[in-house]
Design a protein around this ligand. Structure first.
Ligand code: ZN
Length: 86
């Protein structure tokens, strides 16, 4: 693996962090100002916040999630991992 490939891989791993998307999305003025789940305020100038929050872009709708909600969502996914047919 050459350096360029490794950089591309790292970029892919990080691509959902707010840090990588805030600048891009703010150009379109679509960046939410708060967590899409709990409405906690998001400060895009706060570097720690920008690094830890996640951005989900789907069909031009931008959603933002705080670490607490990301954690909660992961717990739900984990609990539903062995979901039986209803
Ligand atoms: Zn939240």
């Amino acid at each position: 693996m050459n350096r360029k490939q490794r950089r591309a891989l790292n970029r892919n791993l990080d691509k959902n962090t707010a840090a990588n998307l805030t600048e891009k999305i703010s150009q379109f003025d679509k960046m939410p100002q708060q967590c899409s789940a709990c409405q906690k305020a998001f400060d895009k100038k706060d570097k720690d916040m920008v690094k830890s929050w996640s951005v989900v872009v789907k069909q031009e709708v931008v959603r933002l999630f705080c670490p607490d909600c990301i954690k909660a969502a992961k717990e739900i996914l984990k609990n539903n991992g062995t979901r039986t047919q209803d």
